[in-house]
Write a protein that binds this ligand. Structure first.
Ligand code: C2E
Ligand code: CA
Ligand code: CA
Length: 541
């Protein structure tokens, strides 16, 4: 690549050469004019054209002397022009390079900011909060200081959204962020760690009275009326707090403790609670898990299972859904319904998802090597990964690393997760589609599902949730929902997958209704890589 300095000096040389050659042309023209004028003047003065008449004219004619100066004037002027122009070019190129450099710097900073901040409130998001907490805990440890982690959530926020609309809910959250920042000033940290949840780090505390003091201020500011539109709105918050190092040393465990304290506050009179050991008891399994999850990811203790998605009429494999499994030495097999929400709450979900993407593509490349065929994969995405602007680049790098074409990979995303930060997730989705990936709307029917808005989503497939599929033979209501969903989705040009198909009758009914793809225990349970290849070979036998 050309460096800016090199570009600058070559631009300067080009301009200098151009200016010099223009000056040279000027000098040449002037010399020709002098010769011509001399010859002409000699002719008029002596009546002939010869060298001697020209020399004599030059000696006697005062006007020619003036003309003789012109080429020197041109030469001098040309030189001046060329150096002035090159200096000006220097300045212009310098300015432009600096401008471009600054623009690039601003764009880099913006992208980094977007990845770590919540778009609505501009506060750090959950992932960033996990990083900040880790840093604060390390610092507190080094300085032998204490800190408090405070988590608060709005009571009945869902009802506020449902009755007053999401736009009002959004404004409440924005105003809350401002109010929190007015109390939690530097060196405290405030983040939006969930839909209606905010968290604070209070560093360097001596005792609990400082935490109580801040919590009282927070409660006072948040409980005064919000004015949005014409109506004043009152909200109530529940607040939980935990202390480092008194309650625990691990940032992930502290996060969970603050959450437990906040949940317990929701049912207490004054809506505030410090963590207590008794709160953790029913959750010991969860606590063990949160401590072990990061290590499991780092030490490759996770594994992947693959569940076939088959064509409804031919029952041939279309693709495989990738499902994560975790085998824990004490706790045994742990299913994603348990550890995925935990990974989401403790800020580890991106790490988990990027591991899943990489490992499943690696497996896919291995199968290709061993069996000569590429299995298309469907990977589940959580909302926090969906809004990560890094996602498209990382996916694309992973595909390139394992040399798998993008159209062999699709993502399953719930519509609730798309809608939770629609602007940003649609941007990332579009970038994924531009790469050539397909998008599938998972658990269809359980969210805000309105088919009319579905057409605005850049998806190519919907998966009807298994809670509907389960009952199509004995619940006429579910049967109608599934049947009309298939028809409407087809009208929008979407493929339809039915998940949770557990017997032949359901499979046949769905096929009759024109459902495209079937998935469920009846066709196959999720399988480990070896079992999956055995299944495939049995199918084609
Ligand atoms: P999901 O995306 O709805 O995945 C389908 C779940 O239904 C799987 O459970 C699968 O084992 C189960 N299933 C499949 N066929 C049947 C059936 O015929 N009957 C019944 N009753 N269940 C069936 P699993 O593997 O426990 O996954 C649960 C959820 O965890 C998944 O739901 C998905 O949302 C999430 N998940 C799994 N792996 C990942 C992952 O790598 N990343 C993320 N973000 N989420 C994941
Ligand atoms: Ca899924
Ligand atoms: Ca599903």
């Amino acid at each position: 690549m050309t460096k800016p300095k090199q570009a600058l000096s070559s631009t300067r040389k080009i301009l200098q050469t151009q200016a010099s050659s223009t000056a040279l042309t000027g000098v040449s023209i002037a010399i020709v004019m002098v010769i011509f004028a001399t010859v002409l003047a000699g002719y008029f003065q002596y009546g002939n054209i010869s060298i001697s008449s020209a020399v004599a004219t030059q000696q006697n004619n005062f006007v020619l002397w003036i003309l003789d100066i012109v080429p020197f004037a041109f030469a001098f002027w040309g030189q001046r022009m060329s150096s002035t122009m090159s200096l000006r070019a220097d300045a212009i190129v310098n300015d432009r390079t600096e401008q471009l450099r600054q623009q690039a710097r601003v764009m880099e900073l913006q992208a980094a900011h977007d990845a770590t901040h919540d778009a609505l409130t501009n506060l750090p998001n959950r992932i960033e909060f996990a990083n900040l907490l880790k840093r604060e805990v390390t610092q507190a440890n080094a300085r032998a200081e204490k800190l408090a982690l405070v988590t608060l959530s709005i009571d009945q926020f869902k009802e506020i959204n449902a009755s007053l609309g999401n736009a009002v809910g959004d404004q409440i959250l924005q105003q809350m962020a401002d109010r929190l920042l007015s109390v939690a000033v530097y060196p405290m940290t405030v983040a939006r760690t969930g839909g209606d949840e905010f968290s604070l780090i209070i560093p360097d505390i001596d005792d609990t009275s400082r935490v109580i003091d801040i919590v009282e201020k927070l409660t006072a500011t948040l409980h005064s009326l919000f004015s949005i539109g014409k109506f004043p709105i009152a909200i109530q918050v529940s607040i939980g707090a935990t202390l480092y190092p008194e309650h625990n040393h691990e940032p992930e465990v502290l996060t969970l403790y603050a959450d437990l304290a906040m949940r317990s506050a929701k049912i207490s009179q004054d809506r505030f609670a410090f963590f207590e050991e008794s709160m953790a008891r029913p959750d010991t399994r969860q606590l063990q898990m949160v401590g072990a999850l990061r290590k499991a990811l780092q030490n490759n203790l996770m594994s992947l299972y693959y569940q076939p998605k088959v064509d409804a009429s031919s029952r041939q494999l279309i693709s495989a859904e990738v499902l994560a499994r975790w085998f824990h030495s004490d706790l045994g097999q742990i299913y994603p319904d348990e550890f995925v929400p935990l990974a989401e709450r403790s800020g580890l979900i991106n790490e988990l998802t990027y591991w899943v993407i990489n490992e499943s593509l690696r497996q896919c490349a291995q199968w290709r090597g061993e069996h000569g065929l590429i299995i298309s994969l469907a990977v589940n995405l959580s909302v926090q990964t969906l809004i990560d602007p890094e996602l498209p680049n990382r996916v694309s790098a992973c595909l390139a690393k394992h040399d798998i074409p993008a159209y062999h990979l699709s993502f399953e995303i719930t519509e609730t997760s798309i809608m939770s930060d629609a602007a940003r997730s649609l941007q990332v989705l579009q970038a994924l589609i531009d790469l050539g990936l397909e998008i599938s709307i998972d658990d269809f029917g359980t969210g805000y599902s309105s088919l009319s808005y579905l057409k605005q989503l850049p998806a190519s497939e919907i998966k009807i949730d298994r809670s509907f599929v389960d009952n199509i033979l004995n619940d006429p209501g579910d049967a109608t929902i599934v049947r009309s969903t298939i028809q409407l989705a087809h009208n929008f040009g979407l493929k339809v997958v039915a998940e949770g198909v557990e017997n032949e009758q359901v499979a046949q009914q769905l096929t009759q209704w024109d459902c495209d793809i079937l998935q469920g225990y009846y066709l196959s349970k999720p399988l480990d890589p070896e079992e999956f290849m055995d299944w495939l070979q049995r199918q084609s036998a």
